[in-house]
Design a protein around this ligand. Structure first.
Ligand code: AHR
Length: 668
């Protein structure tokens, strides 16, 4: 459908023809309009160029964003390292009088990295009395109709035990088998095995488990047990397609990865060690993340880069800078040098020619072509380092990067929103990363002036993490019981904040909402609000997701100047706006945010042009109440609606619905 702005989600879509100045009233909404405001736009005068990198994504392993989220692996604790001696997420299956036991075996490693395996001792079993091990997945195994899954595992059998092993996806009680295949025999010693499982015309469910079963006595060890559904671009070890589609729709210019706190680790040994995330999965040990669970490292550095490639984005590569969350740091100077070298190696892995050491490694790993890279972020939130060592650590890493990769731009993790004594003064960073987690009311207050009045004599700005929360700050325990994704109240504040960043997008070169992803199952997340929610079967965008989508799909490349004339001088403006133009098509994109309960007429005056196409497009995200939101049960309660405006002239009035973000696309 021509005007559909999100082709992949079945949200309600409405094309209405409205005369300019008319409002399509929604039932039950307040009817009394607020006094009009006037917005004058200098349509023929560029106020700056929109940074081509302005809008991107930020990711780290939090909220089961990757394991149990975007990374499509369906088996939780596939390498038996998550629970110490306890085989968490695994259970023994004993049908009809069979008898067996399972245990984590630390003395029977598959590889140097995968040092634990699951030992299954079967005392009694037969074809009518199977014994097996069942995995409950990441809050269930998603069963979808007519779907092909690839199951694989390593097994080592005691002499005399040669299988077969039956592999199945079945209901949690085992009564319904959705897909089944058999590995006919096992050989002694560790060997890989793989089968394909195909579901029929089943009703989708996540109330399912994955089972490896045998039908005779003996002992067998399992490791690296894996189950993948179809992935984005059919990549092996790939990503979940529904989530990828939502990310691609956002048209991200970059992906800031891999964090965030996750980059730093709770301690120095638990930092993101990129070299340990390369190569075959048998050589990836995984590591404890800072958010309370282990990472499999199945999504390693190369997979981050492929993810960028698949989105048409480039990485903003965050390199470890010698500070971890427990407050320890590496002294600048010789102590830091190995970490500096590690960062240089990492950049070479991403960008180096195949003739370089790490470029050759990337080629060996399957990607000879270098990845594009312009920005490297040195650390994360180093203002927390109370010893103030970042000033020197930054300079040491920055100088080494500039010496080997002179074209790269380096980002300091201490922005101007942090105390002056924490900022980098040893050298001038190219860019500084500012983080804003703010209450909706604060973003609404800040948006009209924050970056408009900013001192532009310093480094360019990357707003590497930002999000509005409704009332309760993310790190307050009371937020733990709230929905994992934001409501319309936060989305409108996010939209307001984006108007300020976009008006200044020649200077705010990059920005990314955080966190991006959340598994909404109870116990799966550590933070709110988050942009996109999901469980094993479903995914939904929050109202803030759609607000960002609307900005990004109507970006323009030139900033136009506007002036808002509000009824009472000195009072906060009743609306927030940003206006850009696409220099090729001439289309003017006007974003308007009405955070109030009353309809808001806006008298729009496009100065400097004689005519405008009489039909314009309005894309509107509106809600009846600030508490309206989307969820697994109501994924499309708040979604953009497209309508056509008639009789548009260089001077016309448009009435914004209550609680709304509107994008007007006006053509020449
Ligand atoms: O986005 C969640 C956390 O907030 C990030 O890991 C950290 O950088 C910030 O404090």
């Amino acid at each position: 459908m021509k005007n559909r702005i999100h082709p992949h989600l079945p949200f309600v879509f409405l094309v209405a023809f409205l005369g300019a100045g008319l409002l399509l009233p929604a039932p039950g909404r307040a009817a009394d309009a607020a006094p009009p405001v006037s917005l004058v736009i200098q349509a023929d005068q560029a106020a700056g160029k929109v940074s081509p990198m302005h809008s991107g994504l930020m990711i780290e392993e939090i909220n089961h964003s990757l394991d149990g989220g975007l990374y499509a692996e369906l088996i939780q604790n596939r390498a038996f390292k998550d629970g110490g001696q306890n085989p968490v997420h695994w259970a023994l299956v004993q049908d009809g009088g069979a008898s067996a036991s399972i245990a984590i075996d630390a003395g029977h490693p598959l590889s140097d990295a995968l040092t634990s395996s699951l030992r299954l001792d079967v005392a009694k079993a037969s074809p009518a009395q199977r014994v097996g091990v069942a995995n409950d997945g990441y809050w269930g195994i998603p069963v979808k109709p007519a779907t092909t899954y690839r199951a694989s595992f390593y097994a080592d059998a005691n002499p005399g035990f040669d299988g077969p092993v039956t592999v199945s996806i079945e209901s949690v009680d085992g009564a319904t088998v959705y897909a089944k295949a058999q590995v006919p025999s096992l050989a002694p010693g560790w060997h890989p095995y793989a089968v394909t499982l195909v579901t029929g015309n089943v009703t989708p469910t996540a109330k399912a488990r994955f089972v490896l079963a045998v039908d005779r006595p003996g002992t067998v060890w399992f490791d690296l047990v894996s189950l993948f559904p179809p992935t984005w671009n059919n990549r092996p070890n790939g990503l979940r397609p529904d989530l990828m589609q939502m990310l691609v729709d956002l048209k991200p210019a970059f992906l800031r990865c891999p964090g965030g706190n996750y980059l730093e680790g709770a301690t120095i040994p638990q930092r993101f060690e990129w070299k340990k995330t390369l190569g075959p999965l048998t050589s990836r040990a995984g590591h404890p993340g800072p958010w309370g669970y282990r990472s499999s490292d199945g999504l390693g550095l190369l997979e981050y880069m492929l993810w960028c490639e698949d989105m048409g984005a480039e990485p903003v590569l965050a390199v470890y800078a010698g500070y971890s969350l427990d407050g320890t740091h590496v002294n600048p100077g010789p102590d830091l040098q190995p970490y500096v070298q590690d960062a240089l190696d990492e950049i070479e892995y991403v960008t180096g020619p195949v003739t370089s050491q790490w470029g050759a490694q990337r080629a060996k790993d399957g990607h000879p072509a270098p990845f594009p890279l312009h920005y490297v972020e040195i650390g994360n939130e180093d203002w927390f380092d109370k010893t103030h060592s970042y000033n020197e650590r930054y300079a040491q890493i920055n100088d080494a990067i500039k010496a080997q990769f002179p074209a790269l731009l380096c980002i300091s993790t201490v922005g101007n929103e942090q105390p002056a004594d924490r900022r980098v003064t040893s050298t001038r960073p190219d860019t500084v990363d500012e983080h804003y987690y703010r209450a909706a009311k604060d973003f609404e207050k800040m948006a009209p002036t924050w970056y408009d009045k900013y001192d532009r004599s310093g480094p360019a700005i990357f707003v590497g993490e930002w999000a509005a929360y409704e009332d309760i700050i993310p790190w307050d325990r009371r937020s733990a019981v709230l929905p994992r994704t934001p409501s319309m109240k936060a989305a409108l504040a996010d939209a307001a904040w984006m108007t300020g960043m976009e008006r200044n997008s020649d200077f705010v070169k990059l920005q990314s909402y955080a966190p991006l992803l959340v598994n909404v199952n109870p116990g799966a997340s550590q933070w709110r609000p988050n942009l996109i929610g999901y469980d094993a079967l479903h995914a939904f965008g929050s109202p803030s997701y759609y607000a960002i989508l609307m900005f990004n799909q109507h970006r323009g490349d030139t900033i136009l100047k506007g002036a808002l004339d509000t009824p009472g001088a000195g009072t906060p403006p009743p609306i927030q706006y940003s206006v850009t133009k696409d220099s090729k098509s001439g289309t003017i994109h006007l974003k308007l945010v009405n955070i109030n309960a009353a309809p808001q007429p806006v008298s729009i005056n496009l100065k400097g042009i004689d005519s405008i196409a009489p039909i314009a497009t309005a894309t509107t995200l509106a809600a009846d109440s600030l508490t309206d939101t989307n969820s697994i049960d109501e994924p499309t309660k708040v979604v953009p609606v497209v309508s056509k405006l008639q009789d548009v002239k260089p001077e016309f009035t448009y009435t914004l619905p209550p609680y709304s973000l509107t994008v007007l696309d006006m053509g020449k």
